[in-house]
Design a protein around this ligand. Structure first.
Ligand code: FAD
Ligand code: NAP
Length: 339
């Protein structure tokens, strides 16, 4: 077998929360052949398999009694280019942000609002990653995945992925699909999305009134660096809770006591509330219990100050969930994947 399987491997370097747990078995797959070899190796020994990418959306609460298979396949290729639209395919193990930069460097727009999101290309469809008004579903063409139940390689188009807010068919069937590579439709004719949050304002502060996709990416990177903790310095998994979408009547009820409530009306008549705003109003921003805490600048981000366990972070998350439910009648759903 070309891939190496190691035993009792610390996963601390492989999850951005920096949680110290061990994988009973650990291997990296650089190709489809290595993926197949490793799955067969695990099946022959009746080991469960947990597939990971960059570990930036995981909350690990115990040692993983399985083969942890980290996707490390690399490669970016242009599949079609008619001078206006370009179809680009990237292997699952490609780190996301450098891939976004590669597309921008090659004059392709579409992924700029998704700059500086950690993780890998292969994990991006899992929760239909989104930021600053764009989700990957907006530029998605298709992906190739291995059905771990049958061993078949399957093609998914946009519809088959069932993308929704931080959700997909892959997230709804945990452990079934192993994403091998993903294709995006990008544009040589720039159509920018600037109307979300402080993007336009940041550009105008920089004196840029006719921005390129590269300018938008740079502005978003600068906003994110100011607001979000860098996992290399402070362990975290980004937003810990999804923004809850609630009936308009509940939003109006909360607004009676909290007139400054932040809410965004949705097409279906419901209202998306900013979970970070609710958590901040409840007084959790900057809270710390041992090494588990709520980030000082962004209440939606839980942080590990060093030695917090996954259980401690999960316990803190559950306290916040109970408090928000009692105060506002809103159920917060965790975003990271719990193992
Ligand atoms: P992992 O954490 O390794 O895995 C996540 C899930 O996907 C797991 O269930 C895993 O089993 C599964 N998985 C991984 N790879 C594959 C594969 N190839 N095939 C099948 N299953 C797989 N997310 C956003 O949506 N928007 C943001 O703006 C954003 N900002 C963030 C900022 C910070 C600072 C951090 C730490 C996180 C942020 N995230 C954001 C969350 C996270 O970066 C994304 O969800 C990212 O796509 C996770 O990629 P990963 O490779 O690290 O996945
Ligand atoms: P923000 O700009 O302070 O906004 C707070 C929340 O309000 C966001 O979560 C966003 O929801 C929502 N919002 C803001 N403007 C909106 C608009 N014009 N229309 C609809 N909804 C709007 O948020 P932030 O924390 O700094 O994050 C900025 C962006 O990066 C957001 O899109 C956020 O989702 C993304 N992000 C995601 C993660 C993650 O781990 N998932 C981590 C960091 C940042 P949405 O979240 O639905 O966009």
């Amino acid at each position: 077998m070309s891939a190496q399987v190691q035993s009792d491997v610390s996963l601390k370097p492989f999850n951005t929360f920096g949680i110290e747990v061990k994988a009973q078995h650990f291997a990296q797959a650089h190709s489809d052949d290595e993926v197949r070899e490793l799955l067969a190796h695990a099946a022959a020994r009746q080991w469960p398999v947990l597939v990971i990418g960059g570990g930036s959306n995981l909350l690990l609460t115990a040692d993983i009694q399985a083969l942890v298979l980290r996707m490390a396949s690399r490669g970016i290729r242009v599949v079609a280019d008619d001078g206006q639209q370009v179809i680009v395919e990237a292997e699952a193990g490609e780190p996301w942000h450098p891939f976004v930069q590669w597309t921008l460097d090659h004059g392709m727009a579409g992924l700029e609002n998704l700059s500086l999101i950690p993780g890998t290309v292969g994990a991006a469809p899992m929760q239909n990653i989104g930021a600053y008004g764009v989700e990957i579903k907006d530029v998605f063409v298709g992906l190739t995945a291995l059905d771990r139940q049958t061993g078949e390689v399957c093609e998914f188009d946009l519809q088959a992925c069932g993308f929704a807010y931080r959700d997909s068919v892959f997230k709804r069937s945990p452990g079934r699909w192993l994403i091998l590579r993903v294709r995006f439709a990008l544009s040589r004719v720039t159509q920018l999305h600037l109307d979300y949050g402080p993007v336009r304002q940041r550009l105008s502060e920089q004196g840029i009134d006719q921005p390129s996709a590269q300018d938008v990416s740079a502005a978003i990177c600068s906003i994110r660096r100011e607001k979000l903790p860098d996992p290399a310095e402070l362990g975290n998994a980004g937003s810990f809770f999804k923004n809850p979408v609630v009936p308009a009547v509940l939003a109006e009820h909360i607004r009676l006591t909290h007139p400054a409530l932040v809410g965004y009306p949705q097409a279906d008549g419901q209202v998306k509330l900013a979970a970070g705003w609710l958590i901040e109003q409840a007084g959790w921003k900057g809270y710390r219990d041992g090494d588990a805490g709520v980030h000082q600048k962004q209440a939606l981000v839980l942080v590990n100050y060093g030695q917090a366990s996954g259980g401690q972070l999960h316990g803190l998350a559950q306290k916040i969930q109970r408090d928000i439910l009692e105060r506002f009648g809103v159920a917060l759903e965790m975003e990271p994947n719990l193992y």
